[in-house]
Design a protein. Structure first.
Length: 481
């Protein structure tokens, strides 16, 4: 149970820093996203390629550990990895290729356990950018000798990949062929394969859609129709009265980032503009005092970057320290701090993230930040004190501190079938997602104009941006989306 004192302090902290510079996922590079999607869907793949690709997707390559793409992207589960399925597969056959030691909680243990995998999480090992180091709380460099770290991430669906891209939650793969080869090398522990089979796998993946509506959008992109001229297929859906109300809530609360015909376009540029704050060398946000407004973040324009941090990294942090009940709170996630440098020589530091917390009470886990001599909050990118990150997100690809805990904005069609949610499966159900946004994201996201004016639906909870009726209506629409 979350204490009332903690929730009150958290609300205060979020009001200071907001979750404005923290937002979720989206890969675009604005016009580049439309261009990318168009290029990836420009030619109809021959049916033979699609059939061959499905076979390659479903069968392990020679000299691998027995895993295929479908080992984790289960075809019968909207190409995701459902926790209940993991439990059932482990009970039925512990020798299933899914349970290789690379994804055990401790790969070197005499008897491996799979508590993370039972939450639908797989281990992802990534190299550090040349301009980053891992550091401890005292600032000592503790970077592993091989300069690699591991994070735990959920398995994203391959549905609607034809209208998205780049790929992976952090956008590290520019093409589906590149993504497939990387998965064969890492998760399947295989070898380099030829371009022909990779293209066949990619052709199959581009043929998988969550609905005919998503395919409709893909076909128009393929035909060369500019994204901003493609109508939303949901305009033509027959909706119940409740679903129609839910769609109106979606337009109010979700479409700012999940807009456009692909449902992954940031359409509210005021929200986008608020998502990147300048950082001091110590990692704290640079604020300025504006008469009549109080502390205001100094923004860094990033018009070509749609990978954003909506604050779910900080929620995962709160789950790990026992201050917020999340689906993955019961499993231990990594705890990292990083130093960013100007370049690969690592001689001149730029900043450290997350910054060492300075709290109002002096208590280390107080969510309310202290104020500096000018009355400005001393707080990092997420708007509340945070000792570590469980996953640096896009920053692990770019080496840019402004990408700290940023992820891709995914398309939302078919979302009812792809639980759990977010990069680390922190939210078990769609209802959990809606509640989380209503209490902890929407009220503190600058530009959304959705203050917490509704009483909490659960005793002891935070005031909410959406009413119980709005949330239920939204859920009904999301189930149809």
């Amino acid at each position: 149970m979350v204490s009332n004192r903690f929730l009150a302090s958290l609300a205060s902290a979020l009001a200071w820093g907001g979750l404005a510079s923290c937002s979720n996922p989206a890969p675009d590079v604005d016009g580049a996203r439309a261009t990318n999607a168009q290029a990836m869907t420009e030619a109809q793949a021959p049916l033979g390629h699609v059939a061959a690709g499905k076979r390659l997707f479903s069968e392990a390559f020679p000299q691998s550990n027995g895993r295929s793409c479908a080992t984790c992207h289960t075809l019968s589960e909207h190409t995701t990895l459902r926790p209940a399925s993991v439990e059932a597969r482990l009970a039925a056959d512990p020798g299933d290729p899914l349970f290789h030691r690379i994804d055990a909680d401790d790969p070197d243990a005499a008897r491996p356990t799979y508590e993370h995998l039972k939450k639908g999480l797989v281990r992802v090992v990534l190299p550090l950018p040349s301009n980053m180091d891992v550091i401890d709380d005292a600032g000592n460099v503790i970077t592993p000798a091989d300069r690699k770290i591991s994070v735990w991430r959920g398995v994203p669906t391959i549905e609607d990949l034809a209208i998205s891209g780049p790929y992976q939650l952090d956008g590290r793969a520019a093409t589906l062929e590149e993504q497939a080869q990387a998965a064969i090398l890492s998760h399947s522990e295989g070898h380099e394969v030829g371009l022909a089979p990779l293209k066949q796998i990619a052709d199959f993946e581009r043929s998988v859609f969550s609905s005919p509506r998503a395919r409709f959008v893909s076909e128009l992109l393929k035909a060369g129709v500019p994204r901003d001229q493609i109508p939303s297929p949901e305009d033509f859906m027959l909706l119940t009265a409740q679903e129609q109300r839910g769609r109106e809530v979606f337009e109010l609360a979700c479409a700012a980032c999940h807009g456009g015909p692909t449902t992954n376009q940031i359409t509210n540029r005021a929200v986008h503009a608020a998502l990147s704050a300048a950082l001091k060398p110590d990692g704290n946000i640079l604020f300025t005092q504006v008469p009549g407004q109080g502390p205001v973040r100094v923004r860094v324009p990033r018009p070509g970057n749609e990978f954003v941090n909506i604050g779910f990294g900080s929620l995962s942090y709160l789950g790990q320290i026992g201050q917020l009940p999340l689906y993955t709170s019961s499993v231990e996630l990594p705890r990292y701090r990083f130093r960013f440098y100007t370049d690969g020589t690592r001689q001149h530091a730029v900043t450290e993230l997350p910054p060492i917390p300075v709290t109002a009470s002096g208590e280390p886990f107080d969510p309310t930040p202290a104020l500096d001599e000018n009355g400005l909050p001393i707080v990092g990118p997420n708007g509340l004190p945070q000792w570590f990150t469980t996953d640096p997100g896009r920053a692990l690809i770019t080496g840019d501190p402004l990408d700290f805990e940023a992820f891709d904005v995914p398309p939302l069609r078919g979302i009812a079938g792809t639980a759990p949610y977010f990069h680390d499966n922190s939210h078990e159900t769609l209802r959990d997602v809606v509640d989380g946004y209503s209490q902890l994201i929407l009220p503190f996201t600058e530009g959304m104009n959705l203050p917490p004016v509704h009483p909490p639906e659960t005793p002891g909870g935070l005031p909410e941006a959406l009413s119980p009726k709005q949330k239920q209506d939204l859920l009904e629409f999301l189930k149809r989306l």
